[in-house]
Write a protein that binds this ligand. Structure first.
Ligand code: KG4
Ligand code: ZN
Length: 337
């Protein structure tokens, strides 16, 4: 069974064809990084305009790369929530049009559940029940996953998402956008113990996160407490300074993500851990989560690095399971931010 997936929840326009939930026949992502770079973050209006221009060529490319005509698709799966409302509507409208024109079922996919499904594209099924960490530019959330289609939210960030903190710190350090990969690269030559940064464990009992404090601590370390926007823009740092701050910041974020996720497994009695979302591509995070999971006897399943960032293969893959469970949507389904 071949599912056409469409994803436009944030700043990537993506389409993919996946067979039987696991065989990726095509996976096309049109990244908007170049459009948002000079703003240091995603500008929703710019994202929406680019989605409108990109969505049909990207869907066509996904069919071409899979060497299939649209009539060969068995269903159309699309991200309907959560995300930027204008951005979601563009992918959803394209998917509704395709579903109606092709007379194929429409499947509504939750973006966070699609990121969790990334683990099933690793080549082996995760051990369940698992605690699933979705860590991206828009989200840092923990779920208790009891089944491929059953996820209960047990924690979330109370302020910035981890990826957002990476992007903002990269802005301060002038490392460019998106910040995550740039910080990871810069941190390679740095000393992760060079700068003492806070870890927001918050109340021991909570599985929620907070990342705005560490972001502000980096800013204060670089420029003091009263830096103007102009001073932040004009500041210059040595490569050694940048490497040490990047490594220390990355370490602080990784510490919290790893410890909270493993604590969540202990608290819920989960035997597995799943990780997905853009920040889940970070190799230090992947390694440290692996070490900690092993030490605690938890079975870790990581989303393959190339499927951590937003893409439609995770949407089409999860769409297959929703389809076989009979969970189809109809043309009245709405986008939810
Ligand atoms: O999943 P994603 O593509 O979009 C959202 O759903 O938000 O995640 C994008 C986020 C950005 O904040 C980016 O800086 C971060 O993922 N990211 C990383 C890495 N690669 C991407 N963060 C840390 N290390 C990375 N290697
Ligand atoms: Zn995402």
């Amino acid at each position: 069974m071949k599912i056409l997936g469409i994803e436009s929840s944030c700043d990537d326009t993506a389409a993919a064809v996946v067979e039987d939930g696991v065989r990726i026949l095509s996976n096309v992502v049109s990244s908007q990084d170049d459009l948002h770079r000079r703003f240091g973050g995603i500008v929703p209006e710019i994202a929406c305009r680019a989605h409108i221009e990109n969505v049909l060529p990207v869907v066509q490319q996904a069919a071409d790369d899979a060497h299939l005509g649209f009539d060969a698709m068995d269903a159309v799966a699309v991200t309907t929530q959560p995300g930027l409302i204008g951005a979601l509507l563009i992918g959803l409208t394209a998917a509704k049009a395709a579903s109606w024109a092709l007379e194929k079922p429409l499947i509504a996919v939750n973006h966070l559940e699609a990121h969790i499904y990334g683990a099933w594209l690793s080549g082996r099924a995760p051990t369940l029940p698992a605690v699933s960490l979705v860590v991206s530019g828009g989200h840092t959330s923990l779920f208790l996953t009891t089944d491929i289609l059953s996820h209960k939210r047990i924690g979330a960030t109370t302020d910035d998402a981890a990826g957002e903190a990476f992007d903002k710190v990269a802005n301060v350090l002038k490392l460019g956008f998106p910040g995550g990969p740039a910080i990871e690269r810069a941190a390679r030559g740095g000393n992760s113990g060079a700068v003492r940064l806070p870890r927001a464990w918050m109340d021991r009992d909570t599985l929620d996160f907070s990342f705005s404090g560490v972001k502000t601590a980096v800013l204060y370390h670089c420029l003091g407490q009263n830096a103007s926007k102009h001073e932040i823009e004009e500041a210059q740092y040595s490569p050694e300074f940048v490497a040490d701050v990047a490594a220390s910041f990355q370490e602080a974020i990784v510490d919290v993500l790893v410890q909270k996720t493993c604590a969540a497994a202990e608290k819920t009695g989960a035997v597995g851990i799943i990780m997905g979302g853009g920040v889940g591509a970070n190799s230090v995070l992947r390694e440290r989560m692996g070490d900690e999971a092993r030490a605690r006897g938890l079975d870790l399943t990581l989303t393959p690095p190339q499927l951590c960032r937003d893409n439609a293969a995770i949407v089409a893959g999860l769409g297959f399971h929703l389809y076989t469970a009979g969970r189809m949507a109809d043309l009245r389904v709405e986008a939810t931010p």
